[in-house]
Design a protein around this ligand. Structure first.
Ligand SMILES: C[S@@+](CC[C@H](N)C(=O)[O-])C[C@H]1O[C@@H](n2cnc3c(N)ncnc32)[C@H](O)[C@@H]1O
Length: 289
């Protein structure tokens, strides 16, 4: 069974993802791209990575957004068009499946590919690409999936926002360790990529898999730092951690529910903070160094 993601959740996290991604790693990727780069965005969702990276690339470029969920890619097209028009960029649709953002440095071409990434890389058009990119995906995949991808790629692989396990809610509360332990188990559930999800092991596994194949691999922190009022994101995180913990640890259900109530009260009073540890990873193949 593959994992379902809510449009609202992706919408809510987008500004925090945008603040968290490593600028240095993005620039290191961009420095390796050709004049008109073609990027394959795996698990693209509503196009959050495109909206962040395309203006940084700044020149003519072509993106293929891959997702299994057609509703996501439709929302991606709508959101990309809306946001581009909001900043005065013209948008055209040369075909039903292609969107063009007419930016000053050259057009940004966007297409969607509906595909189940469980079958990747064999169902991906890798031969037509200059880089494979993704955001908030590689902690969902299995070790076997990652091995298959690393073995197939001779292109830069750029994976942003992989959880690394350094999560902390503040101030400390009884129940934190219990919830964290059960949440960690949930992160290792099979998320539809042919085996247990890598979860916080994703960065170490990507580093190993690509280094073994001669890639040069860099990682940089891309944590969410959340404090006080500020968003439903803190409350959503509390709900998400508690729900995952309850699914994994029924024996301590009462303690987990108490933790959830206290954390939600703190959030409502603007007294909750959290750091959610992520890392971005850039793997460059030997020829592209
Ligand atoms: C955590 S969301 C990240 C979305 C987007 N990259 C972002 O950063 O906002 C993971 C995305 O991967 C997609 N996904 C999960 N499993 C998939 C699969 N087996 N095949 C294709 N897409 C998948 C989901 O539909 C979702 O859009």
């Amino acid at each position: 069974m593959s994992e379902e993601f809510e449009l609202d959740w992706l919408d809510m996290r987008e500004p925090f993802d945008a603040m968290a991604r490593s600028e240095a790693l993005a620039q290191a990727l961009i420095a390796r791209l050709p004049a008109r780069p073609r990027l394959l965005d795996l698990g693209a969702g509503t196009g959050s990575l495109f909206r962040w990276l395309a203006p940084r690339i700044g020149r003519a470029q072509a993106w293929t957004l891959v997702d299994q969920n057609r509703e996501m890619t439709e929302a991606a097209f709508d959101t990309i068009a809306d946001r581009a028009e909001q900043v005065g960029l013209k948008v055209t649709f040369p075909s039903r499946r292609t969107l063009l953002v007419h930016a000053p440095g050259g057009a940004w071409r966007v297409e969607a590919l509906i595909a189940d990434l469980a079958d990747a890389p064999r169902n991906l058009p890798l031969h037509n690409m200059d880089a494979v990119v993704c955001s908030a995906l590689c902690d969902l995949v299995s070790r076997g999936w990652l091995e298959g991808m690393a073995a197939a790629l001779r292109l830069p692989f750029y994976a942003t926002l992989n959880v690394d396990g350094r999560d902390r809610f503040l101030p400390p509360l009884p129940g934190d360790a219990l919830v964290a332990q059960a949440f960690r188990r949930d992160q290792g559930r099979d998320k539809g990529f042919g085996g247990p999800a890598l979860g916080p092991k994703a960065v170490a596994e990507m580093t190993r898999a690509f280094t073994e194949r001669g890639f040069s691999v860099q990682a940089a922190a891309s944590d969410w730092v959340l404090r006080g009022h500020g968003t439903g994101l803190l409350s959503e995180l509390v709900f998400g951690h508690a729900e995952a913990a309850l699914a994994q640890d029924r024996r301590h259900g009462a303690r987990i529910r108490t933790w959830r109530e206290r954390r939600l009260q703190q959030s409502a009073m603007g007294r909750l903070g959290a750091r959610i540890g992520h890392k971005d990873v850039l793997a460059l193949p030997p020829a592209a160094r």
